[in-house]
Ligand binder design. Structure first.
Ligand SMILES: Nc1ncnc2c1ncn2[C@@H]1O[C@H](COP(=O)(O)OP(=O)(O)O)[C@@H](O)[C@H]1O
Ligand SMILES: [Mg+2]
Length: 227
């Protein structure tokens, strides 16, 4: 069986320039990711994990080398095309949830689909379906500040999944939750991604979670190394 590549990274280097000095983060990285891969990335604080996820997530285009998503070289797309590709193909989950405080659970989850379809009814229907599935129906009209950390993260996951993206990116998604909540959220999240046949790239400091990936990587000496 041939597997389909979703991501190809060729000779990717990244440096930040800060106060006139250069900080090299990655040097000539090469990496392929297949559809339905579950990838974990570990590494000490400051090694470049979030930098890598931001590049993969098309939020940072300031690098050398090639990054192809679904056979398209991302940096050759104009901004409109890149934004559409990101919004339809990639869902992001962060450590600090980043929900919009003024909006309800329903509105927070619906937003990416509203942007994509401009269809409020469709977007709210899909959001309701996910909110119910994620056990949050009683919180549907709550604003984020009235939710627990675990509930907020479920909302953020639902939002990341609403457009049914091919790839989910998660940056220390359980880093801010107690262990029991964290285990519940992580296991639920992984099951959901596998049943949707999506790909996942996640950063974690927890070896227990990293081991659940089908490919484990760590960032070391400006390289991404398979372990
Ligand atoms: N915009 C930026 N400008 C300059 N340096 C940055 C910037 N963003 C991150 N860095 C630096 O790059 C390194 C990697 O950061 P990051 O990717 O956030 O690491 P990690 O997520 O592994 O903790 C750190 O040393 C950080 O200080
Ligand atoms: Mg980080």
């Amino acid at each position: 069986m041939t597997s389909n590549l979703i991501i190809e990274i060729k000779d990717l280097s990244k440096e930040y320039i800060y106060k006139k000095s250069n900080l090299l983060i990655f040097k000539n990285i090469n990496l392929n990711i297949d559809e339905r891969d579950i990838i974990s990335i570990m590494g000490p604080s400051g090694c470049g994990k979030s930098t890598f996820l931001n590049i993969i997530g098309m939020l940072d285009s300031d690098y050398n080398g090639k990054y192809l998503f679904d056979n398209q070289e991302v940096n050759l797309l104009n901004n409109d095309k890149k934004n559409i590709l990101r919004n339809t193909s990639i869902g992001f989950v962060h450590q600090f949830f980043y929900l919009i405080p003024e909006l309800t659970v329903l509105e927070n989850v619906a937003i990416p689909k509203m942007i994509l379809t401009n269809n409020k009814k469709k977007s709210f229907d899909s959001a309701k379906y996910l909110i119910e599935k994620f056990g949050l129906i009683e919180r549907i009209n709550f604003k984020p500040q009235y939710l627990s950390g675990g509930e907020q993260q479920r909302v953020a996951i639902a939002r990341a999944l609403i457009n049914n993206p091919k790839l989910i990116i998660a940056d220390e998604m359980t880093g801010n939750l107690d262990e029991e909540t964290s285990d519940n959220i992580f296991n639920f999240f992984l099951k959901e991604i596998k049943s949707n046949k999506q790909s996942l790239i996640f950063v974690t400091h927890n070896e227990k979670y990293a081991k659940k990936a089908n490919k484990q990587f760590k960032i070391l000496k400006k390289q991404i190394i398979k372990i």
